[in-house]
Write a protein that binds this ligand. Structure first.
Ligand code: SF4
Ligand code: SF4
Length: 424
């Protein structure tokens, strides 16, 4: 609020904010244009074959997507992120892109770059996206790339797309996915990425591989689990930038780590943002596809979902004793990747602790000195003091922090529900 004068409201320049105290219902929107992809990556949580006719027929039409974009803008949306699958598989991509830019939207495009053509990159050069394109690179050589993508010719196609963007000076950033076929190439990838003018440090990598978001393939889930880094490797990965990581964690933990209580949403999913899937279902975030948590836009509107539906979902409270006894009173909430979407992917519920993420969070906390060996985060009563000391750079635990230490040794952190399923 500005200072009141008798004849006008004065607002100081430094007080002006488009959003101050008046956040729009929707600030940014993820639009998954298709679940289909021309790659078939070994770790992918969502892809369907590019030629899947049934999926293609169910996808939103150009007109429906245009209407969603128009409504998004009317709700204050400034940014749309086109994702997939591979969004460039849609024949109407260019049409939707130009339409979005004409609406004034800033566009973020997530792509594997295999379908970037000289003609398309000229469109991006003429009508800039206003945000760098985000290209995921699966390998620096044909062998490694195609061991991930499992499509012959995809390596050449991806690197051709990347060179086309460079030639046209279309801004893009690159992201790695740390997978067994390309793990030895991290340094080579980083050296090359440093030559891309728009890439900033630190480089971004996918390291936590989610299971299938639609719970559609048990055998793919088994394969994805085998690709994951161990908790020790995750900690070593974070500690490769030791000083920056410690600085980031001190700040992060002081703001975001705390027990969630009975509520299961400790993130910001569905608050001023959301993701429309390829078929017109509005999700709180890109990952969460549990049918009872998604909103059918063919029967309603973005506005109704954001104002009425999402808040009801976010109010869900758990009665699951596994969750109540652990995550609900665990101060690593925030640091830990456990969330309703991951619980759904792993267990088919919204509120079952995920053992993999639990182990990683404990290993991280031990390496940061927030936990001692053998301690369980949900049993720590004086967690606030620990976080305060940690964020001020003071010693937290009596024993020295054990950098790169691994799993929660000697302690069974597997949820009892998971155990009972296994014993069935
Ligand atoms: S390129 Fe992306 S969407 Fe396509 S299969 Fe690979 S990870 Fe999945
Ligand atoms: S560390 Fe374990 S108990 Fe804590 S929030 Fe994560 S999954 Fe839940």
């Amino acid at each position: 609020m500005g200072k009141r004068a008798s004849y006008a409201v004065k607002v100081r320049a430094d007080e002006i904010s488009l959003r101050k105290g008046n956040a729009p219902p929707l600030a940014s929107l993820d639009l998954e244009l298709t679940e289909r992809c021309n790659n078939n990556c070994i770790h992918c949580y969502i892809n369907l074959p590019a030629e899947d006719l049934n999926a293609r027929q169910r996808e939103l039409s150009t007109r429906e997507i245009r209407e969603i974009l128009q409504e998004a803008v009317s709700l204050g949306c400034l940014t749309v992120r086109f994702t997939g699958g591979e969004p460039l598989l849609r024949e109407d991509f260019e049409d939707l892109y130009i339409f979005s830019r004409k609406l004034g939207l800033r566009v973020i495009l997530l792509t594997n770059a295999t379908l970037i053509t000289p003609a398309l990159s000229k469109v991006f050069a003429r009508v800039p996206l206003l945000q760098p394109i985000e290209v995921t690179v699966y390998g620096m050589r044909r062998n490694s790339y195609e061991a991930v993508s499992r499509v012959a010719g995809s390596f050449e196609a991806a690197w051709h797309g990347i060179h086309v963007l460079l030639e046209q000076k279309v801004p893009f950033v690159v992201k790695g996915a740390l997978l067994p076929p390309n793990r030895e190439e991290m340094e080579e990838f980083a050296s090359w990425a440093a030559t891309v003018p728009w890439v900033e440090n630190p480089l971004s990598y996918s390291i936590f591989f989610d299971l299938r978001a639609r719970r559609d393939s048990g055998h793919k889930n088994i394969s994805i689990k085998k690709l994951r880094l161990s908790p020790e490797e995750v900690v070593a990965f974070f500690f490769r930038r030791r000083e920056e990581y410690l600085r980031e964690m001190r700040e992060f933990c002081s703001q975001f780590t705390r027990p969630s209580g009975k509520g299961i949403f400790s993130c910001g999913a569905g608050v001023g943002s959301g993701c429309v899937d390829a078929y017109g279902y509005f999700q709180l975030c890109m990952l969460l596809r549990q049918p009872a948590t998604v909103y059918d836009l063919k029967k309603g509107s973005l506005k109704d979902a954001l104002i009425n539906f999402f808040p009801r979902i976010r109010e869900i409270q758990t009665e699951n004793p596994d969750y109540l006894n652990r995550c609900a009173c665990c101060f690593l909430q925030g640091l830990c990747e456990q969330c309703p979407a991951r619980s759904w992917m792993e267990h088919g519920t919204l509120d079952t602790p995920v053992a993999y993420h639990c182990e990683i969070a404990h290993a991280q906390a031990r390496a940061l000195g927030l936990l001692e060996e053998g301690e369980l985060a949900w049993q720590i009563v004086q967690w606030q003091e620990r976080i305060r000391n940690f964020s001020e750079g003071k010693p937290v635990c009596q024993k020295k922090a054990v950098q790169n230490s691994g799993h929660v040794r000697g302690v069974d952190i597997e949820p009892t529900m998971e155990k009972s399923r296994k014993s069935e």
